[in-house]
Design a binder for this molecule. Structure first.
Ligand code: GLN
Length: 483
């Protein structure tokens, strides 16, 4: 059972327990950091990590232990090592977004999410690999290297937060940060057997995270358990003056989750997810999981979202449009790769962008520029936004009938390295189940549900915007049922 993979094999204590023991002096932050760095070195063959922050992490650990020795609390995440996807701006290492154009870039400020975690005593030990600029679902679009799946070295860990997901299952740290624009936390969580949480759009600050598509970019944790995810999210969720799209927190917070009695809870099963080309093994694990929710008392209701089959097409118009705009800042003038052979300004721009961006970033810039250009805007971008609104309305309507929606996270388990690289469309199809909730800004979480041919499968649980707390409670219950 994947539950066994995800929970029982873990080398780290639950995060709350680590912090309690560090604050009590029973565990030392310096030892935790060493454990983390050692594991990263021992498991280098998986290529989950782009850089470690050895000196900065060790210095922070010493400071935290000293704070505790002086009788002061070091916070709710005291001494807890973590790994950040390399699109978070962090001091102490370069921030590359796994792209050549940002090689050697040093952040002049840190992400709000990182600052909030550090304020509670967490220690960033490393930066994880990703598809360059988070464009992809396998880490094969990284300009540096491909991360391997912890369950099978010949398979991808998913993506784009594949390095973060693999790192958690390889026990490199108790948690890792991912970003999710169209599934980049959820799909890798399903592929490696981790919990992956994509919170409601706007509850997590985008400040200091390399922008992909600003209308769906969300920050979230990858962990071994729902409680761990809830605690980490609780520390960084909430409004931020540096991101005007942020919204209020739930006044109840996101920890001390109630054990949910599923009697009276209405769970909608999204019909369209089972009609798309769904692998038979994945289908059976998910159906099994749904049967367990039903046996525990939930009322299972079939739900249809007629526009959902269009979500992928909408996503691959709206998101490249936003990407083309967000990536225009990389022009080789103020930071990032600069063309040393440039004879004039145009040379400088085209050289920096032509050499610095990888194939996938260029593909998305071209698609995005095309759908936004005059003459095509109405036919593509405007039409896509209209269908997006329809989809948002269909989700809203569904949540008047049910409390939660569930379905698979991806059509398959982790695929082989190289299997989908020849055909970008094939790669995009892996996102068919995660992009809908992103376009609608919903909250969604993936919980390890079972194994198919020895590979993990996670169920995707979804709820309305701002229902993050209720969703985490359902996920906690599901996690226990699926073990
Ligand atoms: N795989 C999707 C894409 O390539 C999602 C990426 C993401 O969420 N960052 O766009």
């Amino acid at each position: 059972m994947a539950g066994a993979v995800a929970v029982k094999d873990r080398q780290w204590l639950p995060i709350a327990e680590i912090a309690t023991q560090v604050n009590a002096g029973g565990l030392k932050a310096v030892d935790l950091v060493e454990q983390s760095l050692r594991t990263i070195a021992d498991k280098a063959e998986y290529q989950a990590i782009i850089a470690t922050l050895d000196d900065a992490a060790r210095a922070r650990a010493v400071a935290i232990d000293a704070q505790v020795a002086a009788g002061k609390s070091a916070g709710r995440l005291a001494g807890v090592p973590f790994i950040a996807k390399d699109n978070y701006l962090v001091f102490g290492a370069d921030t590359t977004a796994a792209s050549n154009i940002l090689r050697g870039f040093q952040a002049p400020y840190q992400s709000t999410v990182i600052n909030r975690l550090e304020a509670e005593g967490a220690i960033c030990v490393a930066k994880a690999n990703l598809d360059a600029f988070a464009h992809g679902g396998s880490t094969e679009n990284s300009d540096f290297f491909t991360t391997k799946n912890p369950h099978d070295l010949t398979r991808v860990p998913g993506g784009s937060s594949g390095g973060s997901a693999a790192a958690v299952i390889l026990d490199m740290a108790p948690f890792a940060l991912g970003t999710d624009t169209g599934g980049s936390i959820r799909q890798p969580a399903s592929f490696v057997g981790a919990v992956g949480f994509k919170p409601t759009y706007g509850t997590t600050s985008r400040s200091g995270v390399v922008a992909m598509a600003s209308s769906t970019d969300v920050m979230g944790p990858l962990t071994r358990s729902v409680d761990d995810a809830a605690l980490v999210y609780d520390v960084f969720a909430g409004p931020d003056l540096l991101d005007s799209t942020t919204i209020e927190r739930d006044s109840a917070g996101y920890t001390d989750l109630a054990a949910r009695d599923l009697h009276g809870v209405k769970i909608g099963v999204i019909k369209e997810y089972f009609e798309a080309s769904l692998d038979a093994g994945v289908r059976s694990v998910i159906e099994n999981g749904i049967a367990k929710l039903k046996a525990a008392g939930a009322e299972i209701i079939d739900v249809s979202l007629p526009s959902l089959p269009l979500a992928l097409a909408v996503y691959y118009i709206v998101v490249p449009a936003e990407i083309s705009s967000n990536l225009s800042r990389y022009d080789g003038q103020r930071y990032g790769y600069s063309n040393p052979d440039a004879k004039n300004l145009e040379d400088s721009y085209s050289g920096a962008r032509g050499r610095g961006f990888g194939k996938e970033a260029k593909r998305r810039i071209m698609i995005g520029t095309y759908v936004l250009s005059s003459g095509y805007y109405d036919a593509y971008y405007k039409k896509a936004q209209t269908v997006r609104t329809k989809l948002v309305n269909e989700f809203a309507e569904a949540f008047t009938q049910v409390d939660f929606l569930v379905g698979p996270t991806a059509p398959t388990t982790a695929f082989k390295i190289g299997e989908n690289t020849a055909d970008p469309l094939q790669m995009y199809l892996a996102d068919v189940m995660t992009v809908g909730p992103s376009l609608a800004g919903l909250t969604a979480i993936v919980v390890p549900t079972g194994l198919s041919d020895g590979l993990p499968v996670g169920m995707q649980l979804m709820a309305a915007q701002r229902a993050d707390r209720a969703l985490l409670e359902l996920a906690k219950c599901a996690e226990e049922l699926f073990v």
